[in-house]
Ligand binder design. Structure first.
Ligand SMILES: NC(=O)c1ccc[n+]([C@@H]2O[C@H](COP(=O)([O-])OP(=O)(O)OC[C@H]3O[C@@H](n4cnc5c(N)ncnc54)[C@H](OP(=O)(O)O)[C@@H]3O)[C@@H](O)[C@H]2O)c1
Length: 263
């Protein structure tokens, strides 16, 4: 299916690796020109070079720390100056840690909220006036199924995700009259660096092997496996596309059937 995305412009956060990088690849395959942002300048440059070589799109790396005040406005301005406009914003930066609730230090909670929740809010606040002016825009927030089904050892991320689902749903109503749609993508466990790091830390704190902890997660997933990043990246590309034009305030869950519940 042609997603009708050729020559659109997307700004992607968390684009140096994991789900952001996978989304960038899926959009590049559709002919989308890209602004890639994360902190690691070298990794971004490598991604950008690869996508340009493989798909002939423009891919511009802009290194930035999304927890820095004012950075979102700068990023949006730089993106528009470089590629003329922003049709699509994908928020994929996030790095929440897990652990036993009463042992998780306060700064872990603050970091999780600051990057994932406030980072996403700031990016949306910066880009929405531009999208309203254009009377067109697509926002995809990569959130996580723990926002619907909190995981006891992943509560900083679960609560950040719940906040983002509420914001996505509520914001959609105000943006719809401007032809700006905003949706959430809720992956379950997906094999990225973040997942590997999280499993390592849970293993250290819980005294169990990574394989055993991972198996506990798989046992709860009807598909009995983790997702691969490109599966999630392609769903994000669909949500960013013209094919999803009548979807807004929706939450697309892709977790191998783990999350139960209707509505
Ligand atoms: N993987 C999963 O199982 C899973 C499941 C559900 C939801 N999610 C969510 O999906 C999102 C992406 O996860 P992932 O698995 O792709 O993680 P990842 O592989 O660790 O990638 C995270 C991205 O965020 C960037 N980032 C981290 N701190 C940043 C900062 N301060 N400023 C700017 N960028 C920053 C990282 O790049 P730099 O280090 O270069 O800055 C990287 O590009 C996260 O919000 C995560 O909670 C993941």
């Amino acid at each position: 299916m042609d997603l009708l995305l050729k020559d659109k412009v997307a700004l992607i956060t968390g684009a140096s690796k994991g789900l952001g990088a996978a989304t960038a690849a899926a959009l590049a395959e559709e002919g989308v020109n890209l602004i890639l942002t994360a902190r690691d300048e070298k990794a971004l440059q490598m991604q950008a070079d690869r996508l340009t070589t493989e798909h002939g799109v423009r891919a511009i790396p802009i290194a930035a720390d999304l927890t820095e005040a004012g950075i979102s406005d700068t990023l949006v301005k730089q993106s528009i100056n470089t590629l003329g406009r922003i049709d699509i914003l994908v928020n994929s930066a996030g790095a929440s840690q897990g652990g036993v609730f009463w042992e998780i230090p306060e700064d872990v909670w603050q970091d999780s909220m600051e990057l994932k929740v406030m980072g996403t809010i700031r990016m949306m606040r910066a880009v929405i006036p531009h999208m309203i002016e254009n009377q067109s825009g697509r926002i995809v927030n990569i959130v996580g199924n723990t926002g619907l089904q909190p995981a006891p050892r992943l509560l900083p991320g679960s609560s950040a995700n719940a906040a983002l689902l509420a914001i996505t749903k509520g914001l959609a109503e105000d943006l719809a009259p401007h032809n700006v749609i905003v949706n959430a993508l809720n992956p379950g466990p997906t094999r990225t660096e973040r997942w590997t790091t999280l499993m390592g830390k849970l293993s250290e704190s819980g005294g169990r092997s990574v394989a055993d902890i991972e198996q506990d997660y798989k046992d709860q997933i009807p598909m009995n496996r983790l997702a691969e990043p490109d599966e999630i990246g392609r769903l994000a590309a669909f949500l960013a596309s013209e094919r999803a034009a009548n979807m807004t305030g929706a939450c697309l869950t892709a977790d191998g059937g783990w999350t139960k519940g209707i509505g």
